[in-house]
Design a protein around this ligand. Structure first.
Ligand SMILES: [Zn+2]
Length: 84
């Protein structure tokens, strides 16, 4: 009984991972690159398609990524960046 339940749970998790391409830990490692790219006006799906797809599918990561993006955006507008 328990084994069957566990297997179903693992199958479910595997599906999520297969869907998003990578898992939350791997996606989180790309958040900085993704948000910096997004701030520069790049399409994150072009740069890191797997991480971008994961963020699109995972509400937890989406929240985390958007929070980071908001911080970077605030930093960028708060500081006087000298553009070359
Ligand atoms: Zn995630």
């Amino acid at each position: 009984m328990i084994n069957e339940r566990m297997r179903r749970l693992l199958d479910c998790l595997a599906d999520v991972h297969r869907d998003g391409g990578i898992d939350c830990g791997a996606a989180a490692r790309h958040f900085t690159s993704l948000s910096e790219a997004a701030l520069n006006g790049a399409d994150i799906h072009d740069i890191l398609p797997e991480a971008a797809a994961h963020v699109a599918h995972c509400p937890d990561c989406q929240e985390e990524y958007e929070a980071l993006l908001a911080v970077l955006r605030a930093e960028q507008s708060g500081e006087t960046h000298i553009q070359p």
